[in-house]
Design a protein around this ligand. Structure first.
Ligand code: ZN
Length: 142
């Protein structure tokens, strides 16, 4: 049973529109049908979903940061605990690892950067601020 209709009623905006105003979708069996929300409604749905999701993600990140701060009071002081690994040794180990896996790491980080440019840049800015803050704290202590 093929739909030969030239017009279709959009369930969303309830407009009777020419069939070209609906997206043609393919069924698993290879036949086609016109999806119900018209192109306009579909675009609107996509856009509003994206906007909602973006706001939700931002809120989630903010909430996580809030929780982290709440559970880690005096974070910068905690970093100095003697129970932590000797920073020199840790740095040396990291250096050895980087030398050994340089190509692999470079390729990975390039791919990651390409896919998450915004996030990477944001993280860079954040760590720059953290480093500056740490330097400041250090200067005050000695
Ligand atoms: Zn519509």
């Amino acid at each position: 049973m093929t739909e030969q209709a030239t017009e279709k009623l959009c369930r969303k905006c309830e407009r009777l529109l020419p069939i070209e105003q609906f997206r043609r979708e393919r069924r698993k069996d290879g036949t086609y049908y016109y999806s119900s929300p018209c192109k306009d409604c579909y675009a609107f749905q996509q856009a509003s979903w994206y906007a909602r999701n973006k706001a939700k993600q931002r809120e989630k990140r903010r909430e996580m940061a809030r929780q982290w701060r709440a559970t880690h009071p005096g974070y910068h002081k905690l970093r100095k605990k003697p129970s932590q690994v000797d920073p020199e040794k840790r740095r040396a180990a990291q250096r050895r690892y980087r030398d050994k896996h340089r190509d692999e790491i470079n390729a990975k980080s390039r791919a990651y950067y390409a896919a998450n440019r915004e996030t990477v840049l944001q993280q860079k800015r954040a760590s720059k601020i953290r480093r500056a803050y740490k330097r400041q704290m250090k200067g005050k202590q000695s």
